[in-house]
Every structure is written in C-alpha cells, then in structure tokens.
Design a protein around this ligand. Structure first.
Ligand code: PEP
Ligand code: MN
Length: 337
C-alpha cells in the first residue's frame, strides 16, 4: 500500500505516518517524487487496515499496490527513474553505451580498449575483475589488481566504470573502485548478495538470470531497493531457450514489458545474448528500437587472444559501426518527435 501525502505535508507529518506504519508491524519507506511524496508500506502479507493512517495529518489518500514488488513498481513511482553517474545520465531518453572487454586482462590491454571505445563515443567502460566462469580451470579475473587497472582507466579517460561483484567477499572492494556495481545473471537470485548491494551507495546494474521471469527480475531489484539503494539499472542479456543458433535468446519484448510495470531504466547486453560478434550490431539496433536505455557491449582489440568471450567481442571497427548506427537511430527518433 502507498500512503499519498498532501502537497503541503510537512516532514514531521511524514515521520508520523512512518511511525504509525511501524506501530502496525510493517516498514514505511518514503518515496519522494516531483509531483507528490508517498510512503510505501512494505512487509505486509495481507491487506493493511488504513483507517488509522487516513486520519493522520497531512495524509491525502491510500492506494493499493497490486504488484508483489512495491518500490520498483510504476504504481509507486510513475515517473521513470534517471540515474546519474558522473557526467552520464541513464534513463533520460538518450541511450548510454557501456563498452569494453569481458575481462580486465592486463593494464596494457585494458587501456588500449578503453581508448578505442572512448574514441568511438562510449560513455561508460565495462570490464570484469572478478569473473564468474562456468569452468574453474579458465581465467577467473585479476581481482583487486583488475580493479586498480579500472581506476586508471577512469583517471585517464574520464569514463565511469562498471564491473562485477561476484560475492559477499568482494562487493565491498568492488564498491571502492567501481562507479556502477554489476550483479551478474548467475547471481540474480543470490538474495544475501542483493541485500548487501542494497547497502551500497553506488548504482547497481542487475542482469536478468538465464531462466528468470520479468517478475523474478523485478523482485530481485526490490531486494536492493528495500535495503535503501533505489539506483538499480536492469539488464536483459538473453535467456535459455531451445533455440541454439545463439548463446542465449535475446528477449527484446522484456524491454517494453518491464517499462510498462517498472520505473527503472533497462539496458540490453547483446554480446552475451548472441555469443557471436556477427549478430551483435543487429541485436543492438533492435534493442534501441524497442526502447532500451542503453547497451552493455563487449569489445576487444585482439579478440582471438582474449582470455574470455573473444568470440562475441566486437572488433574496434565494428564498435565504431555500432556507434554510428545508434547515433543515426537517435537522430531519426528525434526527428519523429
Ligand atoms: C559479463 O557481463 O561479463 C557477464 C558475465 O555477464 P552475465 O552475468 O550476463 O553472464
Ligand atoms: Mn563476458
């Protein structure tokens, strides 16, 4: 349930509403908005008796939230969430392109790729320092050394960096270095990690699990938001289906579906969906066409020798082509407005 405050409600009236909600045995989380202030009731299993709340000073009305996720629902927050990371805004209408290698392999490799993607217009640099790999015998990432290299990338290029935290042991360290903390597909339902991400002050990039429904993805985002971190960027990265022509099947319908029910920004990772660089540009165009707020793309200057995901990493020239295509699409949609 949402308790909607009157436009002129004071802070102490909002506090009194929160105290009354706590008295009823639930939690009350304020949801400030441009149009109105609301308090979202979480933790109730059944319908809440709102009679006491409605009699409090400053309360305008109560609204039932019909979805199981509350804070990330559009019912609670009708305006789209815009997330600011340094000079970049995600969810503001212009697609944000995040690009870089799958993994940070060395300082030389990472800086070389960062210069390339920056030159072509990427706004955020990606690269994993902790890699969740299917095989324990493959490259697992450089760990803290990789994070230090990412810090150098930010210092040299000015690009904010996104990198993955794979568990409780490394999320604190990742938070110190990263501008955006990625929670990968394999960890989408690692609820204790999600709660820990909710305590972070940096935005979280939450990837959809290979077998997760949209509702499950949004419930995972709710774990993060309910701990106090409202800055969650969702990412569609392909799901497992019977279709075996690509590594995963990119669910483009997820983007309008999520936008209908949630205010969070949604980006698309065409690289892990495709598994092959040949399809990445086409899928990227599709993603932008259906309304994605950005892309997360793997790029490598020497994919044949990449330590992970070389097969799906774009060559620098292909990334340049992708950026030109996306810019042309943005110009087209501006013209149509
Ligand atoms: C990645 O972005 O490098 C990654 C491991 O992605 P996912 O969690 O989607 O597999
Ligand atoms: Mn990868």
């Amino acid at each position: 349930m949402l308790v909607i405050m009157k436009n002129d409600a004071t802070e102490s009236q909002v506090d009194a509403v929160i105290r009354e909600i706590e008295h009823l045995g639930y939690r009350g989380l304020p949801v400030p908005g441009a149009q109105r202030t609301a308090v979202c009731i979480v933790g109730n299993q059944h319908e809440v008796d709102d009679s006491r709340l409605l009699s409090l000073e400053g309360v305008k009305e109560t609204i039932r939230v019909t979805k199981p996720y509350k804070l990330v629902s559009r019912e609670t927050h009708p305006q789209p969430t815009v997330i600011t990371v340094g000079p970049v805004t995600i969810g503001s209408g212009q697609p944000v392109i995040m690009a870089g290698p799958c993994a940070v392999e060395s300082e030389e490799q990472t800086l070389a790729i960062a210069r390339i993607v920056k030159r072509h217009g990427a706004q955020v640099f990606r690269g994993g320092a902790f890699k969740p790999r299917s095989s324990p015998y493959t490259f697992q990432g450089l760990g803290e050394e990789g994070l230090r290299i990412l810090k150098k990338v930010r210092e040299e290029t000015g690009l904010p960096v996104v990198t993955e935290a794979t568990d409780h042991d490394n999320i604190g360290m990742v938070e110190e270095y990263a501008d955006i903390i990625q929670i990968g597909a394999r960890n989408m339902q690692n609820y204790s990690l999600l709660r820990r991400a909710g305590l972070c002050t940096k935005p979280i990039l939450l990837k959809r699990g290979f077998a997760a429904t949209i509702e499950e993805l949004l419930m995972s985002a709710e774990y993060i938001a309910s701990e106090g971190n409202p800055n969650v960027i969702l990412c569609e990265r392909g799901i497992r289906t019977f279709s075996d022509n690509t590594r995963n099947t990119l669910d483009l319908s997820a983007i309008p579906s999520i936008k209908e029910v949630s205010h969070l920004p949604v980006i698309v990772d065409p690289s892990h969906a495709a598994g092959r660089r040949e399809y990445v540009i086409a899928l990227s165009r599709g993603a932008i066409a259906v309304g994605a707020d950005g892309l997360l793309v793997e790029v490598h200057h020497d994919p044949a020798h990449a330590l992970s995901d070389g097969r799906q990493s774009l060559y620098p020239d292909q990334f340049g082509q992708l950026m030109r295509d996306i810019k042309a699409m943005s110009r087209l949609s501006e013209r149509e407005k």
